[in-house]
Design a protein. Structure first.
Length: 241
């Protein structure tokens, strides 16, 4: 009788245990807390008036807007921006400035937008064919030697501005800008470097005057914000890798 009672008790204990979850509690040491650590990223913008933001405020130019947009995505992160650009610079001027300033080569992100002044100053196109690849390679070297950290931005078309319209050479300007951008895109595609087209945005400048700065020539804050809308997703991908 005693043995039977022990068997019955054991059976009920088995049912009790079987009815409970067999999963072990997750140790507190494996629970990942929300990210609170601040990450600091460095961004270098190379170019000319379109990068320095001629005729718009310092926070209105596209590199500044890009840095702010990236920061808004995660308030724990900070972005340090350095700009090497000046109105009127050709590819030759930019190469010289980079060599003179000799920036560090550990940037997390580098953008390059250059060439309009080669066209405007009637420099031989062969000069761009020679120096654009050189600038791309410099950008890669400054981006930790990693070409996936580099974004090349297409040249805006100033033919679609009051200044360009007054020149009487709108078609010639646009054709030349297309030539420069076609070369740059092909070089980037052939070398697996990210190329982002924003030229079509600037070609709305005559129908949407808000896209042109008060000087009647350069992009406005609004235009730059549209540039950034296209650049941000790619920049995020770069920084997350």
């Amino acid at each position: 009788m005693k043995n039977q009672l022990q068997i019955i008790v054991a059976f009920f204990l088995f049912l009790l245990v079987a009815g409970c979850s067999t999963e072990s509690p997750v140790p507190s040491s494996t629970i990942i807390p929300p990210q609170t650590q601040t990450k600091s990223y460095t961004y270098l913008a190379l170019g000319d008036s379109y990068t320095i933001g001629q005729s718009v405020c310092e926070t209105c130019r596209f590199p500044a807007q890009l840095s702010k947009s990236l920061g808004n995505l995660n308030s724990n992160n900070t972005y340090s921006l350095k700009i090497i650009a000046q109105t009127g610079w050709t590819t030759t001027n930019l190469i010289s400035a980079i060599n003179t300033q000799n920036p560090t080569s550990n940037y997390d992100l580098v953008t390059l937008l250059i060439g309009v002044n080669n066209q405007y100053q009637n420099k031989p196109f062969s000069l761009y064919e020679k120096e654009f690849p050189e600038l791309v390679n410099k950008a890669i070297a400054l981006a930790k030697g990693d070409k996936t950290n580099v974004i090349v931005v297409s040249i805006p078309d100033y033919a679609y501005t009051p200044f360009g319209q007054a020149s009487g050479n709108q078609t010639t300007i646009s054709t030349a800008i297309d030539q420069y951008n076609t070369f740059a895109k092909k070089y980037c595609d052939d070398n697996t470097i990210l190329f982002i087209n924003i030229t079509d945005i600037t070609r709305q400048g005559l129908t949407n005057k808000n896209l042109v700065a008060q000087d009647g020539l350069h992009p406005s804050e609004l235009a730059y914000s549209l540039f950034v809308e296209r650049i941000v997703p790619k920049a995020v991908t770069i920084l997350l890798n």
